[in-house]
Design a binder for this molecule. Structure first.
Ligand SMILES: [Zn+2]
Length: 476
């Protein structure tokens, strides 16, 4: 363990490292925030869309998941800035309570992490400026200044705020000049966040805001952001409680002074194998877009860490790799009365069988995706619990090798249709084809016209609106 925060007694530190060997090794930790459930790391945060984990309503979140923390993107809420005050900012909450937590009905003991952009985010057509970051709100592309972002953090009071990072998404590989700018701006923006947190007038002893700041680490080689890192360590180290890491490779280059800080990955892993790789480098906390991507594709995750030994040795199946997920669209499940996964104790697996879920998907019933999403999060909870036990036992390295030998490297390909694609899931461009097929054609077909109009189906109405250019998906 290195020395930076060791002056503080362990009970005063939000993040405690329970077990680590060297740098670039898996480690166990615990993130403890006042009034919240402790987050044992490595772990993941529920990745939200407009404040909710996709497909999971607030009551299901409490009753049927064990998610201890969520990541929320501010760009989902600031659509009216700067001309009008967005609804989120109009909500008043009792002192020390977070208006954002109330706004999204998040349980009191769940860790709330806020960043500017979704994970993964849609690249914006306009570049960031010296003072502002481009974002994609529900009404289109906007910019948020570093000052406004800091003010928003004070206003919405999450547990953790991720500092703004100047990363040119969707643009060609930055040249040296642009790289200098990335480092300059990120330093400037992080400084703004720190100084606003501490109160602008330091002499007045304004009370410190209660949230913690996770400083971004740019997806650049260490030499290219030395200037930023030096300032971070020299001027802001006392105000930084964690790191937001945009490229897992950078863990090899982390300066010693920040080794003890919790590391939140913004380098989204594409598969469980990629996740294990990042953990092997010492990453602590993740947002994992592939959980919801699998759910949207109707794929129920089906893996465990470490894989069960008896199956590895395999008899007839020796040499055959197992799939990481089951495509529930396949008609082979239509008569299957087994649960999604044999050893899973989630709501979906204990109450329903594959045939029912296959039927729900075929009927495009929302409940199908709800059940798969509950199950997929339960699989991830068990996966991370297995990882933590494995690190504690000191067998992570060999368990990782066994996992790679047992399972296929990637999740199965999507075969069926997902729920309707939304505006925030893609960037609209010119000459594009429709992202969603027409859901229901009867109302549009002239030969179907009848004096007795059927009750409009919401999907059909959406299809009609899309035709005349009003739907979310038909942006110009
Ligand atoms: Zn399950």
């Amino acid at each position: 363990m290195s020395t930076t925060l060791s002056d503080l007694p362990p009970e005063m530190r939000a993040f405690t490292i329970l077990k680590t060997s060297t740098t670039l090794a898996p480690r166990l930790g615990r993130l403890t925030l006042p009034g919240r459930k402790a987050l044992e790391t490595p772990h993941y945060l529920g990745n939200t869309s407009r404040g909710a984990v996709s497909h999971i309503s607030q009551d299901n979140f409490q009753k049927n998941t064990s998610i201890n923390g969520v990541y929320v993107a501010l760009e989902d809420f600031v659509e009216k800035l700067p001309r009008q005050t967005p609804p989120l900012y109009q909500l008043e909450s009792p002192k020390d309570e977070s208006p954002l937590r109330d706004f999204i009905a998040l349980p009191k003991d769940t860790v709330l992490v806020v960043g500017a952009r979704r994970v993964p985010c849609i690249p914006c057509p306009t570049a960031n400026t010296n003072s502002a970051l481009s974002i994609y709100t529900s009404v289109g592309f906007r910019q948020i200044s570093a000052e406004d972002y800091a003010a928003a953090s004070r206003k919405v009071r999450p547990d953790i705020v991720v500092g703004l990072a100047d990363i040119p998404y969707g643009q060609p590989q930055p040249g040296l000049k642009r790289i200098d700018k990335m480092s300059d701006r990120t330093e400037e923006w992080t400084k703004e966040l720190v100084s606003q947190k501490n109160g602008l007038d330091k002499t007045a002893k304004a009370p410190k805001a209660s949230y913690q700041i996770f400083a971004p680490i740019l997806p650049l080689a260490k030499e290219l952001q030395t200037w930023y890192l030096d300032h971070l360590i020299d001027d802001m180290l006392d105000d930084i409680s964690g790191l937001a890491i945009y490229h897992a490779q950078f863990l090899a280059d982390l300066p010693e002074q920040v080794q003890d800080l919790p590391r939140l990955s913004f380098d989204p892993p594409s598969s469980p194998g990629a996740l294990l790789y990042q953990i092997s480098l010492g990453m602590d906390i993740f947002t994992i877009p592939f959980i919801t991507e699998a759910t949207d594709a109707g794929i129920s995750l089906d893996f465990a860490f470490p894989p069960s030994r008896s199956e590895v040795s395999g008899g007839e199946d020796a040499g055959k790799k197992y799939t990481l997920g089951v495509d529930m669209w396949q008609s082979e499940h239509a008569l299957s009365v087994t649960p999604l996964s044999d050893n899973c104790s989630c709501y979906a697996c204990t109450k329903h069988h594959r045939a029912y879920i296959q039927h729900l998907l075929s009927a495009k019933e929302m409940l199908g995706w709800v059940l798969i999403q509950i199950h997929n999060h339960a699989i991830m909870d068990a996966f991370f619990a297995g990882i933590r036990e494995s690190i504690a036992r000191g067998t992570f390295g060999e368990d990782k090798v066994a996992f790679e030998a047992f399972y296929k490297p990637e999740l199965p390909e999507k075969s069926g249709q997902g729920p309707r694609v939304r505006g925030y899931q893609f960037k609209s461009g010119q000459n594009e084809t429709k992202k969603n097929p027409a859901a229901y054609k009867v109302l549009n077909a002239p030969e179907e016209s009848s004096s007795e109009a059927p009750t409009p189906n919401p999907d059909a109405v959406a299809g009609d609106l899309e035709k005349i250019g009003f739907a979310e998906t038909a942006k110009s």
